[in-house]
Design a protein around this ligand. Structure first.
Ligand SMILES: [Zn+2]
Length: 283
């Protein structure tokens, strides 16, 4: 493993470093990756991570070790394992905040308030003719952004693509239909590697994107088969069949993504619900 150790700074390419937060877990894998990017004579913090004073101290120590001052905070999205450390950094160092606004679904960092709201196609200048291009990738959550480091082709993929597992999609802020469309959108980008929100660098991004699309579509096929066999079922009734390859202790979380699949089928006119009981529509 290349440096997935909390508190240890790892240089990925010239001008880009990674620092792991101290929040390993079922939903976060080894923990949240915070990235530090050189921008002119300072540093931007991309995904500062959870509200944890030790991680905030580690970010400041990392900047001291690199020898550049922290100047701005950038986030891929506002889930509570990605953005809340911004508050302590902004308070101590008056950093500028860049990123999306948070949707009001009860799962977001409510303290997040960007000084500059970023949208699809926006460019963040890093100095020396280097830049980050914003690619809106709704799906995991509606405000999700990826950032393409155009010079190196490194894509900061947040929770759109993470290493070693699939991401949970929680409706209504999460949408399976948007998620798949956002994956399709990345297929035409020149990406050399993924720098995910959780886990190590991913070396063959287009194969990984392909694999992820295939995985989701195979899951959708299982949803359709399960509905065909068991019409008028709730998501809870279906989860054991659709996620029979996933350990039972994860079925609570899997039910959320299953709901995202069912809603996608509903949006596409392939399924309908009545009193939370789902059935396929005859085509
Ligand atoms: Zn997330």
């Amino acid at each position: 493993m290349s440096g997935l150790v909390p508190g240890q700074v790892t240089q990925l390419v010239p001008g880009v470093w990674r620092l792991l937060a101290l929040n390993p877990g079922m939903m976060t894998g080894p923990g949240t990756n915070t990235y530090l990017l050189q921008a002119g004579d300072g540093l931007m913090v991309l995904d500062p991570g959870p509200a944890d004073s030790q991680h905030v101290a580690n970010i400041r120590a990392a900047a001291a070790e690199i020898g550049l001052p922290l100047q701005a905070v950038l986030v891929t999205h506002t889930h509570r394992d990605h953005s809340p450390a911004a508050e302590a950094l902004v308070e101590a160092l008056q950093l500028r905040r860049l990123g999306p606004e948070a949707p009001a679904d009860g799962f977001q960092d409510e303290a997040w308030a960007p000084d500059q709201i970023l949208q699809d196609g926006d460019v963040v200048a890093l100095g020396n003719e280097q830049r980050l291009r914003v690619i809106a990738t709704p799906g995991h959550v509606s405000n999700h952004l990826c950032y393409l480091h155009e010079d190196t082709g490194l894509l900061f993929s947040g929770d759109h693509l993470i290493q070693g597992s699939t991401v949970v999609i929680v409706p209504p802020a999460g949408s399976m239909r948007d998620y798949l469309a956002s994956l399709e959108k990345l297929r035409s980008e020149h990406i050399t590697r993924l720098a995910p929100g959780h886990g190590d660098l991913i070396e063959d991004p287009q194969a990984y994107i392909e694999h992820t699309i295939g995985h989701r579509l195979r899951r959708e096929e299982k949803v359709i088969r399960a509905l065909r066999l068991h019409p008028d079922s709730t998501a809870n009734d279906l989860v054991g069949t659709v996620y029979d390859d996933v350990p039972v202790f994860l079925h609570g979380v899997a039910t959320l993504s299953l709901m995202a699949h069912l809603l996608k089928l509903e949006e596409e006119g392939l399924a309908a619900q009545e009193n939370e009981r789902w059935a396929l529509l005859a085509s």
